[in-house]
Design a protein around this ligand. Structure first.
Ligand code: NAD
Length: 306
């Protein structure tokens, strides 16, 4: 059995070491393709792989076509908009993700950005506190639940909008359930985005929602840049001098914001949310175990495609 880890942005070495142990114990071969620059390198490397682990790497139809022996691809992470699920299904390749494994890392990054912004980048001026402020979570999955836990510690009032989650989960996390998305934005000084990027959500955070936010609004985006309507983003920056945007990673229009609105944004240079040793280890080992489990028992618990 040959397993390929293909990561243009590699796992931390400590994570690779632990993933290797999982496969060695089973007697599987592990090949690494790290820091690759061109898809052609991936097409060659994947040719004789039975299983593939990726991070944000693009797994499109040509990758699947080149992988003649491939039976399973696992995205070590939560968002799977980089995997062509239809192409996987057509070739009978099982696609999985590892939900929840990097959630704490992403939530911590959101708070790191919020705290840095609230204290004016530690530049010596008087800042503000998080205690007593309102936090709205758009989407209430794994990352948002970590956000709720941390926000409670800071003394924030937390509400969330997620039509796919049961009332019990909201109660369990002591979070107020918002019945409408508009209500979430009008009632929250801080709004943090935690829904996936899909046909329904792409471009869905627009001017109507953003303009309804209370004074000193802060929008935090650790989901995907695509969920924001960028025309609306530029307009709200222009119309509302109190509006701030903290994002992992920069929007396509970042140069227009950086040039005009200094001090009102934080954009990470590369996607940083899952970039902790702990998250790399958790997601990498989960991916490895899911592959072993699939080959040994047929377990498809985290399967994404039909
Ligand atoms: P998750 O799957 O656990 O949660 C997503 C939640 O969004 C689910 O509860 C779902 O019901 C909800 N949802 C779906 N459509 C919605 C809609 N239209 N309106 C409101 N809610 C909706 O995922 P997660 O682990 O919490 O991650 C959330 C997103 O964050 C991922 O999809 C991914 O794109 C992104 N992410 C980014 C990083 C990073 O490095 N910045 C790391 C992990 C995840």
């Amino acid at each position: 059995m040959k397993i390929l880890i293909a990561t243009s942005k590699p796992f931390a070495p400590v994570a690779v070491e632990q993933i290797r142990k999982v496969f060695e114990t089973e007697g599987y071969d592990l090949a690494l393709l790290e820091n690759y620059q061109d898809t052609s390198e991936l097409l060659t490397a994947v040719a004789d792989a039975d299983a593939l682990i990726v991070r944000s790497d693009l797994v499109n139809a040509s990758v699947i076509d080149a992988a003649k022996q491939l039976r399973i691809v696992v995205r070590a992470g939560a968002g799977y908009d980089n995997i062509d699920l239809n192409a996987c299904s057509e070739r009978k390749v099982v696609a999985m993700n590892t939900p929840g494994q990097n959630a704490n890392a992403v939530a911590e990054l959101a708070f790191e950005m919020m705290l840095y912004q609230a204290r004016g980048g530690f530049a010596g001026k008087t800042g503000t506190e998080l205690r007593g402020k309102t936090m709205g979570l758009h989407g209430f999955g794994n990352v948002a639940r970590c956000m709720a836990r941390i926000a409670e510690g800071f003394g924030m009032t937390v509400s969330a909008y997620d039509p796919f989650i049961s009332d019990e989960v909201f109660s369990e996390y002591n979070v107020k359930k918002c019945e409408s998305i508009e209500k979430l934005y009008t009632s929250s000084q801080y709004v943090s985005l935690h829904m996936p990027a899909n046909e329904k959500t792409k471009g869905s955070v627009g001017y109507n929602l953003l303009s309804g936010m209370p004074e000193d609004a802060v929008l935090i985006n650790t989901a995907r840049k695509e969920v924001i309507n960028e025309e609306a983003l530029l307009k709200i920056f222009e119309d509302r001098p109190d509006f701030k945007y903290l994002s992992d990673v920069a929007p396509d229009c970042s140069s227009q914001i950086a040039g005009k609105y200094p001090g009102r944004f934080i954009f990470t240079l590369k996607k940083m949310g899952a970039q902790t040793e702990e998250a790399n280890i958790n997601a990498g080992i989960a991916a490895a175990r899911q592959i072993v489990d699939y080959f040994k028992t047929g377990n498809e618990q985290f399967r994404l495609n039909k």
